[in-house]
Design a binder for this molecule. Structure first.
Ligand SMILES: [Zn+2]
Length: 364
């Protein structure tokens, strides 16, 4: 059973949002320096006043919070380092302090939190913190990852910093800023590149922080407004090329960039063996975590009537969820992956061999 350590059975389908102590949604806001995170936050706290902001202040110079205008919502600083590495241990205590202060009535009863990371932060360790601290997990739920990309400098940042590519790959929503300052053709090629790096994330252009708050809410599997797990909207498998499909023209659509990055889908018809699936995912998460930027899946597990939802970012596996119905008639397992330096056909074969072949050998 040790193989099950990653595939948690805690089902999220029991609508936790309806209880008074429902976990509060948390948005992770990432994006390189200058992508406009502070400007955006200024607008967000006005339009969503019951928002707590956790700001990662990095270094003595970047006093971002001084740029935030006076606001009603509570704010906490994660200072003295970067929340993804040097001060990663301070995220959970900071969330705990905020939650306790809220409960004791010391601060306004915020309804959501936004964690703003430093520009260079790797989102995976921050997600790890959020998802795997039991205390935090019982009181906060990750709603989604929002990544801001600067239309003027985004292309260069993606070329030079792999962290920027990771931030795009893990995003549930991409906000493209300064489109009014950049030439239309370079905005178009940046959009094409982003769509290729992360096909499922919708791209929303934002100028001067002017944003509809709906654009950064309900981005994950759970929609708090409809009180439903919305798997089809979340997975969007049709936007990915199948693992077996040859790369167009031998290189990426957007040009010669990102030739090491592949976004692809794997579909398997036969119900998957639970042990085989766990072993295959363990292999990917343990040995290929650096190559596995992100995966999402709706899986037909053998002998389980309802679809299982899986979601991972590098070595970090989200709590497993179970849908209360199949999205459509075909009870087929659908995976989508964003990888670096990993052959899509290797991943497809690994899943098919482990999760599929195990089914055959166990069959009577
Ligand atoms: Zn860091």
């Amino acid at each position: 059973m040790s193989l099950h350590r990653n595939l948690r059975t805690a089902a999220m389908s029991h609508s936790p949002m309806t209880t008074p102590d429902a976990p509060l949604p948390v948005t992770l806001l990432t994006g390189f320096l200058g992508s406009g995170k502070t400007t955006l936050l200024n607008q967000v706290v006005r339009r969503l006043p019951r928002t707590a902001i956790l700001m990662n202040e990095f270094g003595a110079v970047a006093l971002d919070h001084q740029l935030l205008q006076k606001m009603d919502g509570p704010m906490a600083l994660l200072s003295g380092g970067c929340v993804c590495c040097t001060i990663s241990g301070s995220l959970s205590p900071t969330l705990k302090n905020l939650w306790m202060a809220r409960r004791n009535g010391d601060i306004p009863a915020f309804e959501r939190a936004i964690i703003e990371t430093t520009g260079i932060a790797d989102p995976a360790p921050v997600l790890d913190n959020l998802l795997h601290d039991p205390w935090v997990r019982a009181r906060f739920r990750l709603d989604g990852v929002v990544t801001m990309v600067d239309a003027l400098f985004g292309m260069g940042q993606l070329d030079e910093h792999f962290e920027a590519v990771k931030q795009v790959a893990v995003a549930d929503r991409l906000l493209l800023t300064k489109t009014d300052l950049a030439p239309a053709d370079s905005v178009a090629s940046l959009r094409a590149r982003l769509a290729e790096l992360n096909p499922a994330a919708d791209i929303v252009a934002v100028t001067h922080g002017d944003i509809d708050p709906a654009a950064i809410r309900n981005l994950g599997l759970w929609n708090a407004d409809t009180q439903k797990l919305e798997a089809a909207r979340w997975l969007k498998p049709q936007r990915y090329r199948p693992a077996s499909a040859p790369r167009l023209g031998g290189k990426s659509v957007a040009g010669t960039h990102d030739t090491r990055i592949r976004a692809f889908s794997v579909e398997l018809d036969t119900p998957l063996d639970r042990f085989g699936l766990t072993a295959a995912l363990d292999m990917l998460l343990s040995f290929r975590a650096e190559n596995l930027l992100r995966f999402k899946a709706i899986v037909h597990v053998k002998d389980e009537p309802l679809p299982v939802v899986l979601h991972g970012v590098q070595h970090v596996l989200y709590p497993e969820a179970r849908l209360d119905a199949w999205p459509n008639e075909e009870r087929r397992s659908r995976f989508v992956f964003i990888v670096r330096d990993l052959d899509p056909s290797f991943v497809e074969k690994l899943l098919a061999d482990f999760a599929g072949a195990a089914t055959e050998t166990r069959a009577p």
